[in-house]
Design a protein. Sequence first.
Length: 662
Amino acid sequence: MEDGESSTNNLSRPWESYNTVFTNAKAGMEGVDKEKVQRIVYEMSKGSKYFQNEERKEALMKQKIEHMRDRCAKLSSSDLSNYQKVVDRRILELEATRDLSRIWLHVDMDAFYAAVETLSNPSLKDKPMAVGGLSMISTANYEARKFGVRAAMPGFIARKLCPDLIFVPVDFTKYTHYSDLTRKVFKNYDPHFIAGSLDEAYLDITEVCRERGLSGGEIAEELRSSVYSETGLTCSAGVAANRLLAKVCSDINKPNGQYVLQNDRATVLTFISSLPIRKIGGIGKVTEHILKDALGIKTCEEMVLKGSLLYALFTQSSADFFLSVGLGLGKTDTPQVRSRKSISSERTFAATEDERLLYSKLAEIAEMLSLDMKKEGITARTLTLKLKTASFEIRSRAVSLQRYTCSSEDILKHATKMLKAELPVSIRLIGLRMSQFNEEIRHSDPSQETITKFIVQKDSSRQNLDDSDSIDLDASKIDGESLNLSFGSHETSYAQQKDVVEYEEESRIDADKVIPNQECENKEEKPRVLEGDALLIKHTDCKPDTSHSMNDNSNTQNTKAVSVFPQMEPLFWIDGYRCNLCGIELPPSFVEERQEHSDFHLAQRLQNEESGSSSSTRPAPKRRILGKEKANSKPKKQKPDQKEGSKHIPIHTFFTRSNQNS
DNA sequence: GGGTCTATCTTTG
DNA sequence: TTCCACAAAGATAGACCC
C-alpha cells in the first residue's frame, strides 16, 4: 500500500499503489528492479477481472483501516491507560512463559522444486527456470528470481518479466522422494521433528547438542552438509530459542546459509526490535497493512510499544499474539501430532454459465474428493461448496449431513443442491470440502489399535449395519464402468443430477416432518453386527461375482473374497487390485495397504451404523434447507469432536473486536 | 445466554 | 496464442437454536 506520500504518484505511476504479493521481499530478489517488476505486473493485470477484484478487495481493506483509525481516534487517554495496564500485566504473564532452554532449528530447502528438477536435468542449471505452468508457477530458481519471477506468480506474467524463462511441469512424486531423503537426515537429529511441508521442518536439537557437546550452529552445519550429501540439494537453516524465531533466522542467509540467534533474552529483544512485522509467519499482506496504516506499527518492537492500541482494537487472542511476537516469544514445545481437519478438492476452468458443464465439473470434483477420502479412510459430515465466480468473487455454502459419509453419490447429491441455489452465475472454480470427520474411525488407525479391537470394544447395544447410503456396494455398477476411475465414466448425467435436486425439493417438507432417524428404522432387517470373535472370521470361501472372478490364476490369491462380516457383501480385489466395494486400485504387493483398506470398509460400516443410531438422538440441523420452518422435536445437538482442534493454533488471523467502539 | 453452524477472510507453502 | 492454483488451517461474526 502507499506510504502516504504517494497520492500524487498514483496518477503518474499507478502501479505503485497496485499491491501484489510479489512486492514482498523474498530471498534471491535483492537486486531486482522492483519498480520495473511492479510496473509490468500492473500493466499485465490492469483491466482484467482479476484486477478488478483486487481493487475491490483493496477498497475493503482501506475501509477497514479507516474504520480502525476512527476507533483509534475515539480512544480517550483513560481508555488507553486502562489498556496499558492490561498490556503490562500480559507482559509479565508472557515473560513468565519465556523458555530459553531449548534449541530449535528450522531447515528450509532452497528453491526446492526447482532444485530437484535441476538435479534430474542438469542442463537447467544457470538458466532461469520455473516449476509450474502459464497459469501459475510453484517455485522459481534463483536465476529466474533475478528477473522478479517468483512462486505464486502467474506464468504469463513471469514470461513477460523473463522471456527466456523455462517452464517445467510440477512432479510431486519426485519432490516427495527427495523430501523423504531429507527427512531421513532430520530424524538423526530429532526423531520427533515437525515437517512443515515437503521442503521445510522444525527440529528440537537441544538433546543432540547436549549429547554431542556441539553448538546449535555446529549441528546446523553438519545437518546441512548431510542433507547435501544425501540428496545433492542445498538448504538453509535458522537456529534460535523457539520456532518462530528459528523460522525468521533460516531466511536470513538464504540460499545455502544459516543464522544462529543466541539464547539470551537481551539478544532476542535486540534482534526482534527492528524486525519488520512482515517477516513473522502469520503476518501477511493484509495484517501488515492494517498494522502499518492504521496504527503505524512497522517493526515487532512497536507491537509492544503500542500494545495498548492493540488490546483496544483487536481481539484478545490477536493482541496476545502481537505482543508475544514483540517480546520474541514463540513455541518451544513439541506439539502432539496434528491431524487434518478437512479434506478438499477444487478445480479451476474457463469461466462458464453452462449449467450442464457446471454440474459435470461438480461431479468430477465430488468423485475426486470421494476417492481421496476413501484412500485416507476418512468419513465426514460437513460439506462445503466453494465457488469462484468469473469476477473472482469467492462464495462458500455449507451443509451438515445427518451421517458421516465419503461416498461420491452423497457428496454430489448435496453439492448439487447447493450449486443449484446459486445458479445462474458464471463460474471459474468449483471446490468441495468435507470436514467434521468421524474421529472414531480415524482413531482406529490399524497401526495403533487394530480395527478388531475397535470393534470388540464397541458398545454391544449396537443395532445394525448401514445400508449402502455411504458406500456403493453394488459391484456390478463398478464393473459396468470397467472401473475406469476417470471422471467421465463416473459422471452423473445432468438429468440425473437435476432429478436429485427436484426430488429432494419435492420431498423436503415431508422429510422434515419425518422423525430424524427414519433411515435407521428402515434397516431393521439388515444383518446385525456380530460381536467379538465372530467378527474375525475371514470368509475366504465367499465367491465373488463370476463376472469379476477373472480366470487369471496369477491373481486368484489376491481376489479371494474377504468378508469380516458374514452375510454382508464381501470385499475382494477385482483383477487382483481393484476393490469391488469402492473401486480403489491397490496392487497385490500393497499388502498392508490392502489390509488397511479392508479395515476401513469394515470400520465405515460400523461407523455408519453408529452415526445412524446416534442421529436418532442428535440429528444435524438442516437450517439452510429448512428455512424458517420449524423442525419437529429437534433434540439438542452436541459436537464432542469439535473441542480438541481449537487448542493449539499456530496461525493467526486478525480481526478487530466486534463493534466494540464503533 | 451459551452452544452450534455458516460464511467469509487471512495465511502458508 | 496462453491471462492469477490448490490444499489446509484458524479466527471471527452473525444467525440460529434451545
